[in-house]
Design a protein around this ligand. Structure first.
Ligand code: UT7
Length: 316
Protein backbone atom coordinates (compact mmCIF):
# COMPACT_ATOMS: atom_id res chain seq x y z
CA UNK A 1 0.00 0.00 0.00
CA UNK A 2 1.43 3.42 -0.82
CA UNK A 3 1.34 6.56 1.31
CA UNK A 4 1.78 9.09 -1.48
CA UNK A 5 1.92 12.31 0.47
CA UNK A 6 5.01 11.78 2.62
CA UNK A 7 8.42 13.11 1.56
CA UNK A 8 11.98 13.46 2.80
CA UNK A 9 12.04 17.16 3.74
CA UNK A 10 15.70 17.38 4.78
CA UNK A 11 18.84 15.39 5.56
CA UNK A 12 21.88 15.75 7.80
CA UNK A 13 25.03 13.88 8.75
CA UNK A 14 27.73 13.78 11.35
CA UNK A 15 31.15 12.10 11.41
CA UNK A 16 33.56 12.00 14.36
CA UNK A 17 36.64 14.21 13.94
CA UNK A 18 39.18 11.39 14.31
CA UNK A 19 40.21 9.74 11.03
CA UNK A 20 41.89 6.32 10.92
CA UNK A 21 43.69 5.68 7.62
CA UNK A 22 44.68 2.34 6.10
CA UNK A 23 48.29 3.25 6.89
CA UNK A 24 47.32 3.66 10.57
CA UNK A 25 45.70 0.19 10.46
CA UNK A 26 48.81 -1.33 8.90
CA UNK A 27 50.58 -0.44 12.16
CA UNK A 28 47.91 -2.36 14.17
CA UNK A 29 47.44 -5.56 12.13
CA UNK A 30 49.14 -7.45 9.28
CA UNK A 31 47.63 -5.54 6.36
CA UNK A 32 48.49 -2.93 3.72
CA UNK A 33 46.83 0.12 2.22
CA UNK A 34 47.12 -1.62 -1.16
CA UNK A 35 45.21 -4.75 0.01
CA UNK A 36 42.42 -2.74 1.65
CA UNK A 37 41.96 -0.36 -1.32
CA UNK A 38 42.04 -3.16 -3.92
CA UNK A 39 39.72 -5.55 -2.04
CA UNK A 40 37.28 -2.96 -0.61
CA UNK A 41 37.80 0.57 -1.97
CA UNK A 42 38.14 1.90 1.59
CA UNK A 43 40.95 4.40 2.30
CA UNK A 44 39.98 5.81 5.68
CA UNK A 45 37.16 5.83 8.23
CA UNK A 46 36.03 8.10 11.10
CA UNK A 47 36.33 6.67 14.60
CA UNK A 48 34.43 8.02 17.61
CA UNK A 49 36.35 9.05 20.70
CA UNK A 50 36.03 7.04 23.91
CA UNK A 51 33.34 9.36 25.28
CA UNK A 52 31.63 10.04 21.95
CA UNK A 53 28.33 8.12 21.90
CA UNK A 54 25.88 6.91 19.30
CA UNK A 55 23.24 9.25 20.78
CA UNK A 56 25.53 12.29 20.43
CA UNK A 57 26.36 11.46 16.81
CA UNK A 58 22.67 10.80 16.08
CA UNK A 59 21.61 14.10 17.65
CA UNK A 60 24.20 16.04 15.63
CA UNK A 61 22.99 14.49 12.36
CA UNK A 62 19.35 15.06 13.37
CA UNK A 63 19.96 18.76 14.15
CA UNK A 64 21.47 19.22 10.67
CA UNK A 65 18.50 17.41 9.08
CA UNK A 66 15.96 19.54 10.98
CA UNK A 67 17.76 22.75 9.90
CA UNK A 68 17.81 21.51 6.29
CA UNK A 69 14.09 20.68 6.41
CA UNK A 70 13.09 23.91 8.18
CA UNK A 71 11.32 21.81 10.83
CA UNK A 72 11.73 22.56 14.55
CA UNK A 73 12.36 19.98 17.30
CA UNK A 74 8.93 20.92 18.74
CA UNK A 75 7.26 19.74 15.52
CA UNK A 76 8.77 16.23 15.71
CA UNK A 77 6.39 13.58 17.02
CA UNK A 78 8.29 10.42 16.02
CA UNK A 79 11.96 9.40 16.28
CA UNK A 80 13.13 6.07 14.89
CA UNK A 81 16.80 5.37 15.42
CA UNK A 82 18.32 2.51 13.45
CA UNK A 83 21.37 1.19 15.24
CA UNK A 84 23.09 -2.00 16.33
CA UNK A 85 25.36 -0.05 18.67
CA UNK A 86 22.98 1.64 21.14
CA UNK A 87 24.53 3.59 24.02
CA UNK A 88 23.10 0.98 26.43
CA UNK A 89 20.69 -1.98 26.16
CA UNK A 90 18.10 0.27 27.76
CA UNK A 91 16.70 2.85 27.56
CA UNK A 92 16.36 3.14 23.79
CA UNK A 93 18.99 5.50 22.40
CA UNK A 94 16.16 7.28 20.52
CA UNK A 95 14.92 8.55 23.92
CA UNK A 96 18.38 9.97 24.69
CA UNK A 97 18.37 11.67 21.28
CA UNK A 98 14.90 13.07 22.01
CA UNK A 99 16.24 14.64 25.20
CA UNK A 100 19.36 16.03 23.50
CA UNK A 101 17.21 17.66 20.80
CA UNK A 102 14.43 18.93 23.06
CA UNK A 103 11.73 16.98 21.22
CA UNK A 104 8.47 17.12 23.25
CA UNK A 105 7.18 14.26 25.41
CA UNK A 106 4.24 13.54 23.10
CA UNK A 107 6.69 12.04 20.56
CA UNK A 108 7.05 8.27 20.11
CA UNK A 109 10.74 7.27 20.22
CA UNK A 110 12.27 3.86 19.67
CA UNK A 111 15.33 2.03 18.33
CA UNK A 112 15.28 -0.47 15.51
CA UNK A 113 17.95 -3.04 14.69
CA UNK A 114 18.11 -4.30 11.14
CA UNK A 115 21.91 -3.96 11.01
CA UNK A 116 23.14 -2.32 7.78
CA UNK A 117 19.59 -2.29 6.35
CA UNK A 118 18.42 -0.39 9.43
CA UNK A 119 17.91 2.99 7.77
CA UNK A 120 15.62 1.48 5.12
CA UNK A 121 13.67 -0.45 7.78
CA UNK A 122 13.29 2.79 9.78
CA UNK A 123 12.32 4.77 6.68
CA UNK A 124 9.58 2.30 5.72
CA UNK A 125 8.29 2.15 9.32
CA UNK A 126 8.17 5.95 9.62
CA UNK A 127 6.55 6.26 6.19
CA UNK A 128 3.79 3.85 7.25
CA UNK A 129 3.27 5.61 10.59
CA UNK A 130 3.11 9.05 8.95
CA UNK A 131 0.89 7.64 6.21
CA UNK A 132 -1.60 6.56 8.89
CA UNK A 133 -2.16 10.25 9.62
CA UNK A 134 -1.38 9.77 13.32
CA UNK A 135 2.12 11.32 13.19
CA UNK A 136 3.26 14.36 11.23
CA UNK A 137 7.03 14.84 11.39
CA UNK A 138 9.48 11.97 11.87
CA UNK A 139 13.21 11.91 12.44
CA UNK A 140 14.64 8.78 10.82
CA UNK A 141 18.23 8.30 11.94
CA UNK A 142 20.96 5.74 11.31
CA UNK A 143 23.81 6.04 13.82
CA UNK A 144 26.60 3.65 14.72
CA UNK A 145 29.68 3.35 16.86
CA UNK A 146 30.93 0.25 15.02
CA UNK A 147 34.42 0.73 16.49
CA UNK A 148 32.98 -0.52 19.82
CA UNK A 149 32.16 -3.93 18.24
CA UNK A 150 35.28 -4.38 16.13
CA UNK A 151 37.92 -6.97 17.02
CA UNK A 152 41.00 -4.80 16.52
CA UNK A 153 43.18 -7.94 16.19
CA UNK A 154 41.15 -9.42 13.28
CA UNK A 155 42.47 -7.98 10.01
CA UNK A 156 39.62 -9.49 7.98
CA UNK A 157 37.00 -7.29 9.70
CA UNK A 158 38.71 -4.38 11.50
CA UNK A 159 39.65 -2.69 8.22
CA UNK A 160 36.02 -2.50 7.09
CA UNK A 161 34.03 -0.48 9.60
CA UNK A 162 33.66 3.15 10.66
CA UNK A 163 31.52 5.36 12.91
CA UNK A 164 29.02 8.09 12.06
CA UNK A 165 25.40 9.13 11.75
CA UNK A 166 22.95 10.27 9.11
CA UNK A 167 19.38 11.50 9.45
CA UNK A 168 16.31 12.41 7.43
CA UNK A 169 13.21 14.40 8.35
CA UNK A 170 10.01 12.93 6.93
CA UNK A 171 6.81 14.93 6.76
CA UNK A 172 3.92 16.08 4.58
CA UNK A 173 5.08 16.38 0.97
CA UNK A 174 5.75 19.85 -0.40
CA UNK A 175 5.48 20.04 -4.19
CA UNK A 176 6.13 16.84 -6.11
CA UNK A 177 8.73 15.24 -3.80
CA UNK A 178 7.58 12.02 -2.18
CA UNK A 179 8.57 8.55 -1.06
CA UNK A 180 7.33 6.27 -3.83
CA UNK A 181 7.84 2.88 -2.24
CA UNK A 182 9.88 0.62 -0.02
CA UNK A 183 10.42 -3.13 0.16
CA UNK A 184 12.03 -4.99 3.07
CA UNK A 185 13.29 -8.58 3.32
CA UNK A 186 15.02 -10.90 5.80
CA UNK A 187 16.63 -14.35 5.55
CA UNK A 188 17.18 -15.55 9.11
CA UNK A 189 18.59 -18.86 7.82
CA UNK A 190 21.81 -16.93 7.07
CA UNK A 191 22.01 -15.18 10.45
CA UNK A 192 25.29 -16.96 11.33
CA UNK A 193 27.19 -15.40 8.42
CA UNK A 194 27.49 -12.01 10.13
CA UNK A 195 26.91 -11.71 13.86
CA UNK A 196 28.12 -10.52 17.24
CA UNK A 197 27.89 -13.60 19.50
CA UNK A 198 27.44 -13.02 23.21
CA UNK A 199 30.66 -13.25 25.21
CA UNK A 200 32.86 -11.38 27.66
CA UNK A 201 33.80 -8.91 24.88
CA UNK A 202 31.28 -9.21 22.02
CA UNK A 203 32.89 -8.58 18.59
CA UNK A 204 31.88 -8.83 14.93
CA UNK A 205 32.31 -12.24 13.26
CA UNK A 206 31.82 -12.50 9.52
CA UNK A 207 32.06 -14.98 6.66
CA UNK A 208 33.16 -12.33 4.18
CA UNK A 209 32.91 -14.26 0.90
CA UNK A 210 29.42 -15.66 1.60
CA UNK A 211 28.20 -12.22 2.66
CA UNK A 212 29.65 -10.74 -0.52
CA UNK A 213 27.78 -13.19 -2.78
CA UNK A 214 24.49 -12.80 -0.89
CA UNK A 215 24.83 -9.02 -0.88
CA UNK A 216 25.04 -8.70 -4.65
CA UNK A 217 22.16 -11.13 -5.28
CA UNK A 218 19.90 -9.62 -2.62
CA UNK A 219 20.45 -6.01 -3.67
CA UNK A 220 19.82 -6.96 -7.29
CA UNK A 221 16.58 -8.77 -6.33
CA UNK A 222 15.40 -5.88 -4.11
CA UNK A 223 16.10 -3.42 -6.93
CA UNK A 224 14.41 -5.41 -9.68
CA UNK A 225 11.32 -6.04 -7.55
CA UNK A 226 10.74 -2.41 -6.54
CA UNK A 227 11.36 -1.16 -10.09
CA UNK A 228 8.87 -3.68 -11.42
CA UNK A 229 6.30 -2.71 -8.77
CA UNK A 230 6.51 0.91 -9.88
CA UNK A 231 6.71 0.28 -13.62
CA UNK A 232 10.21 1.78 -13.84
CA UNK A 233 13.38 0.64 -15.59
CA UNK A 234 16.84 0.91 -14.08
CA UNK A 235 17.68 3.53 -16.71
CA UNK A 236 15.03 5.83 -15.21
CA UNK A 237 16.87 5.95 -11.87
CA UNK A 238 19.06 9.04 -11.88
CA UNK A 239 21.09 8.01 -8.87
CA UNK A 240 21.53 4.89 -6.73
CA UNK A 241 22.53 5.23 -3.07
CA UNK A 242 23.71 1.74 -2.06
CA UNK A 243 24.89 0.51 1.33
CA UNK A 244 28.58 1.34 1.49
CA UNK A 245 30.31 -1.93 2.40
CA UNK A 246 32.66 -2.73 -0.47
CA UNK A 247 33.25 -1.00 -3.82
CA UNK A 248 33.42 -4.38 -5.59
CA UNK A 249 29.92 -5.20 -4.34
CA UNK A 250 28.62 -1.88 -5.72
CA UNK A 251 30.42 -2.42 -9.05
CA UNK A 252 29.00 -5.95 -9.38
CA UNK A 253 25.50 -4.65 -8.67
CA UNK A 254 25.96 -2.02 -11.39
CA UNK A 255 27.04 -4.69 -13.87
CA UNK A 256 24.06 -6.93 -13.11
CA UNK A 257 21.64 -3.99 -13.41
CA UNK A 258 23.35 -2.61 -16.51
CA UNK A 259 24.01 0.74 -14.84
CA UNK A 260 27.26 2.71 -15.27
CA UNK A 261 29.46 3.34 -12.18
CA UNK A 262 28.77 7.09 -12.26
CA UNK A 263 25.10 6.39 -11.46
CA UNK A 264 26.15 5.15 -7.96
CA UNK A 265 26.92 7.40 -5.00
CA UNK A 266 30.09 6.11 -3.31
CA UNK A 267 31.67 7.56 -0.18
CA UNK A 268 33.03 4.38 1.41
CA UNK A 269 36.57 5.47 0.51
CA UNK A 270 36.26 8.10 3.28
CA UNK A 271 33.83 6.38 5.70
CA UNK A 272 34.19 2.60 5.41
CA UNK A 273 31.10 0.62 6.37
CA UNK A 274 29.08 2.60 8.92
CA UNK A 275 26.21 0.06 8.96
CA UNK A 276 22.84 1.80 9.51
CA UNK A 277 24.48 5.22 9.08
CA UNK A 278 25.86 4.39 5.65
CA UNK A 279 22.86 5.18 3.42
CA UNK A 280 21.79 8.41 5.19
CA UNK A 281 25.42 9.64 5.23
CA UNK A 282 25.71 9.02 1.48
CA UNK A 283 22.25 10.49 0.85
CA UNK A 284 23.14 13.69 2.66
CA UNK A 285 26.41 14.02 0.75
CA UNK A 286 24.59 13.38 -2.54
CA UNK A 287 21.99 16.06 -1.83
CA UNK A 288 24.52 18.64 -0.66
CA UNK A 289 26.80 18.06 -3.65
CA UNK A 290 23.92 18.54 -6.11
CA UNK A 291 23.73 14.91 -7.27
CA UNK A 292 20.05 14.76 -6.31
CA UNK A 293 17.92 17.35 -8.08
CA UNK A 294 14.21 18.21 -7.96
CA UNK A 295 12.23 15.69 -10.00
CA UNK A 296 14.92 12.98 -9.81
CA UNK A 297 14.04 9.45 -8.75
CA UNK A 298 16.63 7.96 -6.41
CA UNK A 299 16.99 4.31 -5.43
CA UNK A 300 18.22 3.40 -1.95
CA UNK A 301 19.33 -0.22 -1.59
CA UNK A 302 20.85 -2.06 1.36
CA UNK A 303 21.86 -5.43 2.79
CA UNK A 304 23.23 -6.46 6.13
CA UNK A 305 23.27 -8.91 9.01
CA UNK A 306 20.09 -10.89 9.46
CA UNK A 307 20.46 -11.27 6.62
CA UNK A 308 18.27 -8.25 6.02
CA UNK A 309 17.96 -6.35 2.77
CA UNK A 310 15.69 -3.85 1.14
CA UNK A 311 15.11 -1.01 -1.28
CA UNK A 312 13.28 2.30 -1.44
CA UNK A 313 12.38 4.73 -4.21
CA UNK A 314 12.37 8.44 -3.45
CA UNK A 315 11.31 11.26 -5.75
CA UNK A 316 12.70 14.74 -5.03
O1 UT7 B 1 27.45 -4.64 5.80
C1 UT7 B 1 27.80 -5.96 5.54
C2 UT7 B 1 29.21 -6.15 5.97
N1 UT7 B 1 30.04 -7.04 5.32
C3 UT7 B 1 30.41 -7.03 4.02
O2 UT7 B 1 29.92 -6.36 3.19
C4 UT7 B 1 31.56 -7.91 3.68
C5 UT7 B 1 31.46 -8.54 2.35
N2 UT7 B 1 32.70 -9.19 2.05
C6 UT7 B 1 33.80 -8.50 1.66
O3 UT7 B 1 33.77 -7.29 1.52
C7 UT7 B 1 35.02 -9.29 1.34
O4 UT7 B 1 34.76 -10.66 1.44
C8 UT7 B 1 36.23 -8.93 2.27
C9 UT7 B 1 36.74 -7.54 1.94
C10 UT7 B 1 35.82 -9.02 3.72
C11 UT7 B 1 37.38 -9.91 2.04
O5 UT7 B 1 37.76 -9.91 0.68
P1 UT7 B 1 37.95 -11.28 -0.09
O6 UT7 B 1 38.40 -10.93 -1.43
O7 UT7 B 1 36.66 -12.04 0.02
O8 UT7 B 1 39.12 -11.98 0.71
P2 UT7 B 1 39.13 -13.34 1.53
O9 UT7 B 1 38.35 -13.20 2.78
O10 UT7 B 1 38.79 -14.47 0.62
O11 UT7 B 1 40.67 -13.41 1.90
C12 UT7 B 1 41.68 -13.50 0.89
C13 UT7 B 1 43.04 -13.45 1.57
C14 UT7 B 1 43.15 -14.40 2.75
O12 UT7 B 1 44.47 -14.92 2.74
P3 UT7 B 1 44.77 -16.40 2.18
O13 UT7 B 1 43.92 -17.32 3.03
O14 UT7 B 1 44.33 -16.36 0.75
O15 UT7 B 1 46.23 -16.53 2.39
C15 UT7 B 1 42.98 -13.51 3.95
O16 UT7 B 1 43.65 -14.00 5.09
O17 UT7 B 1 43.25 -12.12 2.09
C16 UT7 B 1 43.63 -12.23 3.48
N3 UT7 B 1 43.18 -11.05 4.18
C17 UT7 B 1 43.91 -9.93 4.28
N4 UT7 B 1 45.13 -9.62 3.83
C18 UT7 B 1 45.60 -8.39 4.11
C19 UT7 B 1 41.98 -10.85 4.80
N5 UT7 B 1 41.94 -9.61 5.32
C20 UT7 B 1 43.11 -9.03 5.02
C21 UT7 B 1 43.66 -7.77 5.27
N6 UT7 B 1 44.90 -7.48 4.79
N7 UT7 B 1 42.99 -6.79 5.94
Amino acid sequence: MSSPFIAILGTGAHSPAKVLTNHDLARLVDTTDEWIVTRTGIRERHIAGKNETTSQMAAAAARAALADAGVSAEQVDLIILATLTPDQPMPATACLVQHLLGVPARAACFDLNAACSGFLYALDTAWAMLGSGRYKHALVIGAEKMSSLVDWTDRSTCVLFGDGAGAAVLGPARGTAQILGARLYAEGAHAHLLCVPRGPKPVIQMKGREIFKNAVREMEDATREILEQHGLTAAQISCVIPHQANLRIIESLGQYLGLPPERFVVNLDRHGNTSAASIPLALDEARRSGRVRAGDTTLLVAFGAGLTYGSALVRW
